[in-house]
Design a protein around this ligand. Structure first.
Ligand SMILES: [Zn+2]
Length: 416
């Protein structure tokens, strides 16, 4: 099972937007660009929403059959670890093995020795095609990388072997993710991480490093775009080189994660992908839920009421909502409108405040970040929320498709 060159992670918290999401990929296909869908959902999302992996599988199967989608599609056990993987095994064919928590754990001497021995073949200066300048590899550097990443690499191997024993080879796609960590990995580190993963015989097809800069929930990238893109391009060159050096899967590619919209990175990423004829896995995770709230706000009646209540509750319980996301939101409390004021807004005013359109002066990044992390409120509404998703399906679906196609796919995959 080989993951295609272009793939997109379309998380769908409440499991109602599969068709609307897939329509965006049909639009891309009509424009001549093939992208395969990956429906990703983590254990944490499932437990907060009250869904199970079987639901994600059902949603994907339904969307695919309803639209007559002929290409591959995947269901991603997102950010799983050894403790959470088992629930997903039966329903998923894509596994994001998250070992970020193991970075920095101290490995045993024996494993460091064996890693250093393999890595020593690259002592001195290595030149990687496409990268200006050379990597200057010293024994000290190799030791440091081993001590920082080896436990994470071994943990990825443990989960991969577990999956192999349960599912058999060639029946799933493996991604290894390191992104949920404070410190970015340099291209040099990525090279030796790939050496380590190859030495463990992990058939890795995508890797999600932590990139430089801030990727806050639901809003644009914060950081120096040039620094990011240089690092991204170097990573692509490292991967190309590593595929040959370590006999890794020829389709190995980068995965760009986080619930951030990262719009300012899309065009530069597109250009680099074209330049190197490289693929990418993009995760747009989480923002489909915001399109639901936007659609509800626009719908009027009970829909608008629900949208405003979600905001009010998120506002009143802001500390609780922020707690799991402290490192990935920057909300200025003073820039949040008071819920009493919001109750007087029109549905349209609510929608434009939330919708990620930077050219609209009404757009408020603080408002958007708060609603993004407030999905627990909608989960608590239970059927009242999901019934509204059904009732106002048309206006919501339009927003979901438009968001994925126009704001994500077009700039990143079509370069428009
Ligand atoms: Zn991630």
């Amino acid at each position: 099972m080989l993951l295609e060159k272009y793939s997109i992670g379309i998380g769908d918290r409440y499991g109602h937007q599969g068709v609307a999401q897939l329509k965006a990929l049909v639009c891309a296909k009509n424009e001549g660009v093939s992208i395969v869908p990956v429906w990703n959902k983590s254990k944490r999302e499932h437990s907060l929403i009250g869904s199970i992996p079987a639901d994600a599988r059902k949603e994907a199967d339904n969307a695919v059959s309803e639209l007559g989608w002929k290409d591959s599609y995947y269901i991603d056990a997102d950010h799983i670890g050894i403790k959470t993987v088992d629930d997903f095994v039966k329903y998923c064919n894509f596994f994001t093995i998250d070992v970020a928590d193991f970075i920095g754990e101290y490995p045993n001497e024996q494993s460091v020795k064996s890693f250093v021995k393999k890595a020593s073949a690259y002592l001195g200066k290595i030149e990687i095609p496409g990268i200006s300048g050379q990597f200057d590899i010293t024994e000290n550097k190799i030791n440091t990388i081993a001590k920082k990443y080896l436990v994470a690499i071994k943990e990825a191997a443990r989960i991969y072997q577990h999956l192999l024993s349960l599912k058999g080879a060639d029946s799933f796609v493996t991604e290894v993710s390191l992104d949920e960590n404070e410190q970015p990995q340099s291209p040099e580190e990525l090279f030796f991480i790939l050496l380590g993963l190859a030495a463990e015989n992990i058939n890795i097809q995508t890797i999600a490093p932590k990139f430089t800069g801030r990727f806050n929930k639901g809003i644009d990238y914060i950081g120096d775009t040039n620094v990011f893109i240089n690092e991204f391009e170097d990573d692509i060159c490292v991967i190309k080189y590593a595929i040959k050096e370590f006999s890794l899967s020829p389709n190995l590619k980068l995965s760009v994660h986080s619930g951030s919209d990262k719009f300012s990175l899309y065009k530069p990423i597109h250009d680099v992908l074209i330049k190197h004829d490289a693929g990418v896995h993009l995760k747009t995770a989480g923002t489909t839920w915001l399109e639901e709230v936007i659609g509800l706000a626009e719908a009027g009646g009970e829909g608008t009421k629900i949208a405003k209540e979600i905001y009010e509750q998120s506002f009143n319980r802001i500390d609780e909502m922020m707690k799991p996301y402290l490192t990935v939101v920057d909300i200025d409390f003073d820039k949040l409108p008071n819920p009493i004021e919001v109750y007087n807004w029109s549905g349209e005013k609510f929608a434009v405040t939330l919708r990620h359109d930077q050219s609209n002066p009404a757009f408020n990044i603080h408002f958007r970040q708060l609603v993004h992390i407030g999905f627990k409120v909608a989960a608590e509404m239970g059927e009242r929320y999901t019934n509204a998703l059904v009732k106002y399906e048309n206006v919501i679906a339009k927003n979901v498709t438009e968001n994925i196609y126009s704001r994500h796919i077009k700039p990143l995959f079509l370069g428009k």
